[in-house]
Design a protein around this ligand. Structure first.
Ligand code: GTP
Ligand code: MG
Length: 268
């Protein structure tokens, strides 16, 4: 069989050969590429525009944020003031707004240390969602504060909140380090030890993992497992690095919190 060859139809008899237009050639126009001064100005303007957009969208803040979370009354706002001003007050007014400020730690006065953004999320369950904005914005660390004295009556809700924080997509995917701060250590025998608090929370989170595991991947959870599913949950085997320390915002014993924050956001 003859191969089919595609060909253009022959010109009709008597008709003039098709007029092939020569492509027009233009003299090269004088573009801004030829003008290094103009090109430089445009690049500078573009960079300024990008920097402006980055600033407006909060880019300047991302990368130096530490979140203070934990149940109501655990001492987050006291800690916030202690870290920023080196002082606190002992009257309890539950926070209805986020405290958000960028500062170098009060204990670093005169050291020209890099400022960090500290965000105190109210413990009121209706306001906890405000954590989301900062968690998804790339927070570098989370200080999860508990009241070491008034701990047992709230163990379940505290574990639920911790579980939510660890399951937050931003915190889970970035493996944001978490410090469990056992606050109010100044209360002596009334305050539970950090080992006691750790073990209780590990057990409660393990229970929640069983009941909520099936929900992971939906809502505001991630499908990244909290820890190896074949082992019981412990802080040591958690996907996020969790450290634990006793602190007292009231008595100015917040060194472990400051060290943790600086490990997340180096001073220089
Ligand atoms: N004894 C003792 N009391 C503390 C300490 N830290 C905070 N408190 C007191 O605990 C109470 C609650 O502290 P806040 O800092 O307001 O607690 P919060 O975590 O911000 O509470 P919410 O705003 O409701 O989420 C206040 O009366 C504080 O003075 C501490 O280290 N020791
Ligand atoms: Mg508060």
């Amino acid at each position: 069989m003859d191969p089919i060859v595609a060909s253009s139809p022959p010109p009709m008899e008597g008709s003039a050969a098709p007029h092939l237009q020569e492509p027009e050639t233009f003299p090269p126009s004088s573009s801004m590429l030829d003008d290094p001064g103009l090109l430089g100005t445009v690049i500078v303007l573009l960079l300024l525009l990008l920097a402006g957009a980055w600033y407006v969208l909060g880019g300047s803040k991302s990368g130096n944020t530490v979140i203070l979370a934990g149940p109501s009354g655990s001492g987050k706002t006291s800690l916030f003031h202690r870290l920023r001003d080196g002082s606190t007050h002992n009257d309890f007014v539950t926070s209805m707004e986020v405290n958000d400020d960028t500062f170098a730690l009060s204990s670093e006065k005169g050291q020209a240390a890099k400022p960090m953004q500290v965000v105190d999320i109210p413990g009121n369950p209706r306001l906890r969602h405000k954590l989301e904005k900062h968690a998804s914005g790339g927070a570098r660390g989370v200080v999860f504060l508990v009241d070491s004295a008034d701990f047992m009556p709230h163990i379940r809700s505290t574990a639920e909140y911790l579980f939510e924080v660890l399951s937050n997509p931003g915190i889970a995917k970035a493996r944001t380090p978490v410090l469990l701060g056992c606050n109010k250590s100044d209360l002596g025998a009334k305050a539970h030890t950090m080992d006691f608090i750790r073990k209780k929370l590990e057990k409660e989170v393990e229970l929640l993992r069983g009941t909520r595991g099936a929900l992971q991947g939906g809502g505001n959870m991630v499908d990244v497992p909290l820890a190896n599913p074949s082992e019981p949950f412990t802080f040591a085997n958690c996907r996020n690095k969790i450290s634990i320390a006793t602190v007292s915002a009231l008595k100015d014993d917040v060194g472990p919190v400051e060290t943790f924050m600086r490990s997340c956001i180096p001073a220089k």
